[in-house]
Design a protein around this ligand. Sequence first.
Ligand SMILES: *[C@@H]1O[C@H](CO)[C@@H](O)[C@H](O)[C@H]1NC(C)=O
Ligand SMILES: *[C@@H]1O[C@H](CO)[C@@H](O)[C@H](O)[C@H]1NC(C)=O
Ligand SMILES: *[C@@H]1O[C@H](CO)[C@@H](O)[C@H](O)[C@H]1NC(C)=O
Ligand SMILES: *[C@@H]1O[C@H](CO)[C@@H](O)[C@H](O)[C@H]1NC(C)=O
Length: 340
Amino acid sequence: MLRFSVYLCMLWLLFADTVPSEDISGCEQQPCQNGGVCESHNGGFRCLCASQSQNGQLYGGQNCTVALTGCNENQCENGGVCSPLFVNDHHSYTCICPAGFTSPKCQTPTVFSFESRGYMYIQTPLLDQEAPLNVTFSFRTEQPVGTLLQRRVDDLLFSIELMHGHLCLLSLRGQGSSTLVQELPGYLSDSKWHTVEASLGGVVSLIRLLCTEGSCTRESNAEVQLLEQASSLPEPGAVRHSLFIGAISGNWTLGRAVEEADYPPAFLGCFRDVFVDSRLLLPVIAPEGSHIQANITVGCSDKDKCDDSPCQNRGRCVAKAGGVTFVSATGHMRETTVQR
Ligand SMILES: *[C@@H]1O[C@H](CO)[C@@H](O)[C@H](O)[C@H]1NC(C)=O
Ligand SMILES: *[C@@H]1O[C@H](CO)[C@@H](O)[C@H](O)[C@H]1NC(C)=O
Ligand SMILES: *[C@@H]1O[C@H](CO)[C@@H](O)[C@H](O)[C@H]1NC(C)=O
Ligand SMILES: *[C@@H]1O[C@H](CO)[C@@H](O)[C@H](O)[C@H]1NC(C)=O
């Protein structure tokens, strides 16, 4: 008799161990169709529908049985990838934009370029604070020198520059000369897109190469906050904190008179996807007379100024600010700059 009850007890324990959890989940009925994966969830089940298409079709809904139609007419422009959604019994979609485009249908370009010395003044409320500024951007150029970005914090100026094709972070205080803070190892003046993150003005200021064309993957830009445009450029002395994309000439960044010979080298090339503290900067043509920007072109010309092969007699063509330079075949620089 004693033996009998021990057996019963063991049987009961076995059942207690296995049966109840399966009973309440519902996954054992295999409710998830079309490659969906079942998992127990809050005492019931939940289907994770396949993100790869089944026979050219994506499915959603509670049991992955609803054919998703949100992308049936491809809504995304400029090569954006459409991803269908089914929320509250309603079909919709979201676009995953390629680099250089944004907005719900990827119709808005984020690319702009400098074809001659120019700058863009950035105004954000955060600039008035002492807090470090986080800037990420992609750039492309074949010029080995150029000033990509300048940030002033009181009497300290940070400058991100290309020197001999290497990206450098420099700092300059007051009347002093500039100090090289950091130099990235790779040669970046190779006409490829490079994505850089910079943290400027904190305890430590640094730059970091995030990726180069091809190795960059962009996470879906579901909610992108845009940067508000400044309406006018304040007087050089009036603002202690400022940010410029490109190279502004003269007195502005340092708050003191600068000889033209000491102007920072101009950046000639393209920018795209510039984020300032996670807010996206869109290129717009500012009203005349506002001086918040100079010599900005929306878009990026793929055309190399040397493509037309202007150099005769085995001369080598080097693209340059505002035109081309001819280098004679003997190697002696006989510069002739041709404006286009
Ligand atoms: C999903 O499957 C479960 C279990 O098979 C079923 O009870 C439920 O009605 C189904 N839901 C839909 C929306 O088809
Ligand atoms: C804009 O480009 C022109 C032509 O190269 C140049 O003369 C001018 O100084 C530039 N403007 C600024 C503000 O750098
Ligand atoms: C820079 O400042 C000097 C002296 O204050 C002034 O003469 C000069 O015109 C200024 N240059 C520019 C480009 O604003
Ligand atoms: C800087 O901004 C980028 C882009 O918005 C973001 O991915 C990154 O996490 C930020 N880094 C820091 C340290 O805030």
